[in-house]
Design a protein around this ligand. Sequence first.
Ligand code: AMP
Length: 396
Amino acid sequence: MPTPILVLNCGSSSIKYQVIDVDDESRLATGLVQKIGLVDSSLEHTVDGISHRIDRMVADHQQALELIVSAFGMYGPPLADVVAVGHRAVHGGEAFRQPVQIDAGVIDKLRELSPLAPLHNPPGIAGIEAAMADLPDVPHVAVFDTAFFSTLPAEAYTYAIDADIAKEYSIRKYGFHGTSHKYVSERVAELLERPYDEVDQIVCHLGNGASISAIRGGVAVDTSMGLTPLQGLVMGTRSGDVDPGLHAYLAREAGMSVAEIDRLLNNRSGISGLTGGTSDFRDLADRIAAGDVAAKLAYDVYIHRLVSYIGSYLAILGGIDAITFTAGVGENDDAVRESVCDRLAPLGFLLDDEANKVRSKEPRRISQPDSPIQILVVPTNEELAMARETQKVISA
Ligand code: AMP
């Protein structure tokens, strides 16, 4: 008997989903509803390698969920077989350090946490409520992006600001992409054939959003995202670290409102901000090859920031066994991996240039045999990780 789990990832205008059989970890269906709330919304539902598309206006997450349910009805697999639903919950705050079965109290708590993740938690809650209405007979589990980083020591998560204000407003570093960092770091230990709690490692999750983590013996001790997913590395459209004085300066000198500054740093910054609209690394590479100076600077800023974080985490951990690249850029862009490792070669990162250039969907080692630090590429699989976490909760 298979054990299918439906995994849902609700964004503000999209819902991504998969049904995964956690027994053999096979993917039984994948799908995506896009442009929720717009006239040209659509659903794509893929089963057995065949994609089905439905173009239909869906006004909100509830209608999107209804469309997903009808797609399962038309094309399978039967939703009646699903034993649980796992929901991606971006911000668990200090309340949730582990995945949790969702009840009314959990939803209330998620609502309370919404100010900490105004772009992410409200659509997540809308998706949870819609899914619970459509699939009322199975357990629903929230899997938190922040949970893996609940182990950060106080010295890493504390911002050096007025302690009373920090306490009153729950201001601290939380970290995000935790499901990915946990999954990838566990895979690294498997690949190295060593116990997870004996491996000291750095994981670079480089996608459209990007973050890096320092993990000592399976315990996260630092990460680059903070109170919000804006801190840290340069990203597709997000700035990452800037001088905190920038906000006051822009308000004073440019007369910008809080909302405008928020939009600037989240949507009009990063690689896109520096290049005037290019955020995809494939396009960036084309522009660099064509001699585009702004694109080259954006790339250099990206690498500089990444290298300085790796150096910092190397110091915090006092040496590492492995560094791993994952997510869209980390898995696919050999030039980024090469630029980073070339800069870090004097610290023991010896890249095998041939292995680095091989394109593959498999986890792989890309360091030279005698490299003091193992360099790996491990494709992330947040959906599988969420399905596993969901199963753990329902079988506990
Ligand atoms: P993610 O958020 O993990 O889905 O990553 C998306 C990003 O990965 C895209 O915006 C691209 O910048 C990058 N990406 C995807 N495929 C490639 C590729 N083949 N080469 C370089 N970058 C890629």
